[in-house]
Design a protein around this ligand. Structure first.
Ligand code: ATR
Length: 281
């Protein structure tokens, strides 16, 4: 669809942001929904969150994905927070509702949707989770799981106070330990251990077993050492790309009111990632 006077704009703000897969995901969705919209990446310096929100208002952007370092910084410049963003105190999405800027956090819902697509059904209230790490990503996941029918959420983190703070986000969440990793139906790595060229494991690989689902929210590399070990143990595995895509699907729905199927967006994200890796090589 050609750009015209009616074309609407969404995008992503962050710094760095040039590596972001969001424009590729958004634009594929907008094309499939046959909307005359575009998505762009905007590099916004750490101290310019306020100006960026002002730009959304003045230029009439329909919405923005928000990534580091702005997830907390934009909050004072919004008119209202949706419940998950309010609970977490950070947003990953701004929606411009006829001039009212609303902050959302769709990371956790993206995680729940991604494991749902993998076949993990939370409906029966029997699924036990073990979460490695207690940073921003873990907090979003725990908050969303707390709104689902998860049976138990054990949080295992290097720094105990952060695990406690994270556990406070969900009624069924608690600080956990090694034994919980063996018991868990779903193990989720939210730490940065295994990212990029780091070939280490965030947990004892001997505790992994078949029947478990192991999710690493890292997607570069596509298969971390944790996922390699989990596969070898017979577990079901998933990397972080489906979560990234599903949180974008939720954002696109907030902006456009339309639901876009995740599979073609996952393919677009994978293609953008492959292109980026080829460029880097
Ligand atoms: P994000 O926003 O991606 O979740 P973050 O908020 O920086 O990132 O959180 C990183 C998480 O990885 C934290 O739980 C951190 O543990 P601490 O709370 O103890 O700092 C965890 N992490 C990072 N490097 C780690 C390492 N080498 N071993 C264990 N945990 C690590």
């Amino acid at each position: 669809m050609p750009i015209t006077g009616d074309t609407r704009l969404v995008g992503v703000i962050g710094d760095p942001v040039r590596h972001s897969l969001s424009p590729a995901i958004h634009n594929e969705a907008l094309r499939r929904l046959e909307l005359n919209w575009r998505s762009l990446a905007f590099e916004v310096a750490a101290d310019e969150a306020a100006q960026a929100m002002q730009a959304v208002r003045v230029l009439g952007l329909r919405g923005l994905s928000v990534t580091m370092p702005h997830k907390a910084a934009v909050v004072p410049h919004l008119d209202r927070l949706a419940p998950s963003a309010d609970a977490l105190g950070v947003v990953n999405c701004v929606s411009n509702e006829d001039g009212e800027l609303v902050g959302h956090n769709t990371d956790g819902d993206g995680f729940v949707a991604a494991i749902g697509a993998l076949g993990v059904s939370l409906g029966d209230g029997a699924v036990r989770f073990a979460i490695l790490g207690a940073g921003g990503a873990a907090r979003s996941i725990v908050e969303a799981l707390g709104r689902s029918a998860a049976a138990d959420i054990a949080i295992i983190n290097r720094t105990a106070e952060r695990a406690e703070s994270c556990a406070a986000l969900a009624g069924v969440a608690r600080v956990g330990g090694q034994a919980d990793l063996e018991q868990a139906d779903v193990i989720v790595n939210t730490t940065s251990v295994g990212m990029g060229t780091d070939r280490s494991l965030p947990m004892d690989g001997a505790l992994l077993r078949s029947g478990q689902t192991v999710v690493d929210i890292i997607y570069e590399p596509a298969e971390t050492m944790l996922l390699t070990a989990a596969k070898a143990a017979g577990a079901t595995t998933m990397n972080g790309l489906p979560m990234l895509v599903h949180q974008a699907v939720v954002q696109l729905e907030l902006w456009t009111g339309r639901e876009c199927p995740a599979e073609p967006l996952l393919a677009a994200a994978q293609q953008a990632l492959d292109k980026r890796s080829a460029g880097a090589g």
